[in-house]
Design a binder for this molecule. Sequence first.
Ligand SMILES: Cc1cc2nc3c(=O)[nH]c(=O)nc-3n(C[C@H](O)[C@H](O)[C@H](O)COP(=O)(O)OP(=O)(O)OC[C@H]3O[C@@H](n4cnc5c(N)ncnc54)[C@H](O)[C@@H]3O)c2cc1C
Length: 407
Amino acid sequence: MRADVVVIGAGALGLSTALQCALRGRSVVIVERHLAGSQASGRAAGLFKSIQADELRTSLAQSSIEKAISFGDWAGVPLEVARSGSFLIARTARHKEFIRAEASQSRGWGADVSEAARGDVASRVSYYRESGDELAIWCPSDIYIEEPMSLVRAYVAACRLHGVELLERDPAVGVLVSAGRVTGVEVAGRLIRARNVVDAAGAWARQVAELAGGRLPVAPVRHQLLITAPSPDVDPAGPITRVADAAVYLRPARGGLMFGGFETAPLPVDPRVEAAPFSTADVPLDLNVLRRLAGQVAAEAPLATEGPVAEHRGGLFTMSPDGRFIAGPVPDVPGLWAASGCNGSGFSSSLAIGAELAEWITAGSPPRGLAALAPGRFGAMTDDVLIERGIWQYERYYEPAGASPVT
Ligand SMILES: Cc1cc2nc3c(=O)[nH]c(=O)nc-3n(C[C@H](O)[C@H](O)[C@H](O)COP(=O)(O)OP(=O)(O)OC[C@H]3O[C@@H](n4cnc5c(N)ncnc54)[C@H](O)[C@@H]3O)c2cc1C
């Protein structure tokens, strides 16, 4: 078997990169150990966020939102998107200062965000009781996808429409390297020849890079969310709410409320040392973490603490040492590309990252700005340092890059 590009991993990042390579006329095969979307991507909250910590991420976020809304036009397959908008809220003086600065800098990079008037949150968000003392930033462009598998299914359908071959339950067990460059992928007893291989293996991306002798610094870290049973307190058409000082997010989901958040000292999980066969379903969940986070917004969003839980799910973020995506050529292994380092927003950003990376693979030079995300930017690092930095980034998800820790 032969292809121009083999993508390892059929999560959001792999599917998007495969689709975009196919749209650029390349023959593409995806190999997936389990089923498409069965790991992190199918468990995502589905949120898209237009406020980002730097200009490149802001433009990638905007491009992703546009691509999600217009998916049917360019990919040829319909995709339902909730164009809800979002509020970013701060209740402490320090966080008010921080989100005001973040909104102002985002506006400078073209994001459509503005300070909400008092009463706006109360009038638009049924599940959140505004105290009157918070600062809220209104982000009208923010969207969400109700069920993350609907994006996965749309990617798969679009991939098939454009000639991509998807091999499920077919893990890559080797990456072939000959005369100093990648020449293909080995799957159970067969070889797929290709001059370009994309490592989009999510929490397993490090292992896959190591199959080719490459190095990819990603630290998988657990993240969880819950969805309450349907409640009359939740208007399904309401917006997303993020509370920066509590590091939590909320949105309508299945008639109830989705609640997720970023704890301090999150659980790192290294699939390389877990007993095989390890999958996301084996990541231990802890509802107490979410209960503690919800306690911080108990007065404003009581449903998050009191509502009966209809679903509790979780999976792994792939954190990078600097909190930015990892997309580009893997150093010292010509022909091997990485689409990883999701840092908690790989589901939404997959739309733009896949397009930009496919452009780089097929055109041979990086689209504007993307070189800054290449994996070669990191030096050697011990596992301990990698995990420490990944956790540091996770704990500060709602803070701008380089911010000092919140007290
Ligand atoms: C609870 C939760 C909520 C989240 N919420 C959001 C959100 O609201 N917005 C957002 O943007 N992001 C969110 N994320 C993050 C998002 O889910 C991830 O960033 C994104 O799904 C990563 O996509 P991926 O393709 O890299 O990984 P995955 O979806 O994990 O895909 C990687 C695939 O590679 C396969 N694979 C691994 N090894 C091999 C091999 N050797 N051979 C073949 N296949 C292999 C795996 O089976 C897997 O299917 C959330 C994550 C979690 C866990």
